[in-house]
Write a new protein. Structure first.
Length: 203
């Protein structure tokens, strides 16, 4: 499954989630509102991770709230522009992490000869892991783009200082999920090849 198909699948999950909300329920309209629905789970089950992916993707699609309701104190148009760039960068970074977490749940880190009876299911699981890692790679590219777009802007956004730190670390190469993602994709390809090489004579 391609990264795009993974993203489309998440979009379908969004539709299902939103369809389940009663019409009389509080309406979530803005990026900041969807962002606040993201939360860390004690146990990262795949369904918990997918829930976070749904909210973060909706946050990236939604309009921003009025600057009065931003997650940082905004004084002027200059700070507003920086805030929006950093928000998009940070949301994409969280999506990278969520897809890496999701991929790890389906990953098969080794291909042992005694796993041959479950070869087909292991290959299917590897496909899911690869799809999640490819989606992480897409969002990493987006995060880097927004980090660089924010770089020429300088403002004191204290409440989102961590986002400014992330942008700086991306800029200097200290924060580089690209390396991690490439390592995971290369290993998945290697393990897949080992499973594909298995047959009754190797078991």
């Amino acid at each position: 499954m391609s990264a795009r198909r993974s993203i489309l699948a998440a979009g379908s999950a969004v539709a299902l989630c939103l369809a389940a909300v009663p019409a009389s329920a509080y309406s979530t309209l803005y990026a900041e509102q969807f962002y606040r629905l993201y939360h860390q789970h004690l146990n990262q089950h795949p369904e918990d991770t997918m829930e976070n992916i749904v909210w973060l993707e909706q946050a990236l699609k939604a309009d921003f709230a009025n600057p009065l309701n931003a997650l940082a104190t905004i004084h002027d148009e200059y700070e507003w522009e920086l805030y929006r760039y950093l928000f998009k960068m940070h949301a994409n970074l969280l999506l990278v992490r969520q897809h890496l977490t999701l991929g790890s749940k389906f990953d098969k880190f080794n291909a042992y000869f005694f796993n041959y009876p479950w070869k087909a299911s292991n290959l299917d699981s590897l496909d899911k892991a690869e799809s999640a890692y490819q989606a992480a790679d897409y969002y990493w590219g987006e995060a880097v783009e927004w980090a660089y777009r924010s770089w020429g802007l300088r403002a004191d956004l204290e409440r989102v200082q961590a986002w400014l730190d992330e942008a700086y670390r991306i800029r200097i190469g200290d924060l580089d999920y690209g390396r991690i993602i490439n390592t995971q994709l290369e290993r998945v390809a290697k393990v897949r090849a080992q499973f594909l090489a298995m047959d009754p004579s190797t078991y």
